[in-house]
Design a protein around this ligand. Structure first.
Ligand code: COD
Ligand code: ATP
Length: 205
């Protein structure tokens, strides 16, 4: 049996990664969602909280015992040193949890690593066979994030400014899906086309 395929799925904030990840899961992939891992590490009792409280102060943790996410967003996205500090705590923990989740794949099962910062990180590029980029205009990203999360435009643009550019992602992509101005059903067709291309009929799954 050929080695199971490892797909790195990435794209800017609000590009549609989670939507594409769900479509890939429906085709049989095991999806490892690094945003979800980051949230669980910073939920009440989360493994990253002691180091975060030490680096950022006890008031980084809210009354509910979880990371105060809105406050941390304010602190890190306008301050590169603070962002590096938070990433230095979280990224090694995210990477090891992602690895152990991937180990639960069935023999031959495709694994999708859904990683917003895949292109920015050599760690991930070395660990995937194919890179699938979900691309989208900045204007549409801002519209989606404001509609979904209620963030202000300036706040959304600050996060986008900390991420790789569309050109940088395209440069490492094996496939790009332009998820802009298309319906969810067209998006599903595009995902199917990539899946079929990467899983020819004689392959394992
Ligand atoms: C700063 C935090 C607390 C803000 O939390 P919040 O709930 O508001 O946002 P959430 O975690 O849902 O992230 C939303 C999106 O922001 C973008 N984003 C998150 N972290 C980063 C980062 N370090 N650099 C650039 N963009 C980022 C991603 O596109 C992500 O999908 C949180 O994003 C965080 O802990 N970030 C550091 C960990 C990290 O790098 N995560 C990325 C997954 S590898
Ligand atoms: N083609 C589309 N048509 C309509 N709505 C879409 C389309 N693609 C994505 N969306 C919507 O846009 C929003 C953002 O999509 P999604 O959550 O998949 O993005 P994401 O890249 O995972 O975002 P984040 O980086 O913030 O986690 C969601 O509310 C989703 O339902």
């Amino acid at each position: 049996m050929p080695a199971a395929l490892r797909i790195g799925l990435t794209g800017g904030i609000g590009s549609g990664k989670s939507t594409v990840a769900a479509l890939l899961a429906a085709r049989g992939a095991l999806v490892v969602d690094t945003d979800a891992i980051a949230r669980s590490l910073t939920a009440p009792g989360g493994a990253a909280l002691p180091a975060i409280a030490q680096a950022f102060g006890a008031d980084a943790i809210g009354a509910d015992g979880a990371l105060d996410r809105a406050k941390m967003r304010e602190r890190v996205f306008g301050n590169p040193v603070a962002l590096k500090q938070l990433e230095a705590i979280l990224h090694p923990l995210i990477q090891s949890q992602a690895q152990s989740q991937a180990e639960s794949a069935r023999a031959g099962q495709t694994v999708v690593f859904d990683v917003p910062l895949l292109v920015e990180s050599g760690h991930w590029l070395r660990r995937v066979d194919k890179v699938l980029v979900v691309d989208c205009s900045t204007e549409e990203q801002v519209r989606r994030v404001m509609a979904r999360s209620g963030w202000a435009e300036a706040e959304t643009l600050r996060v986008i400014a900390k991420q790789a550019s569309r050109q940088e992602r395209a440069a490492v992509a094996d496939a790009v899906i332009l998820n802009d101005g298309i319906s969810l059903s067209t998006l599903a067709q595009e995902v199917d086309a990539v899946w079929d291309r990467w899983h020819p009929p004689d392959s394992a799954d």
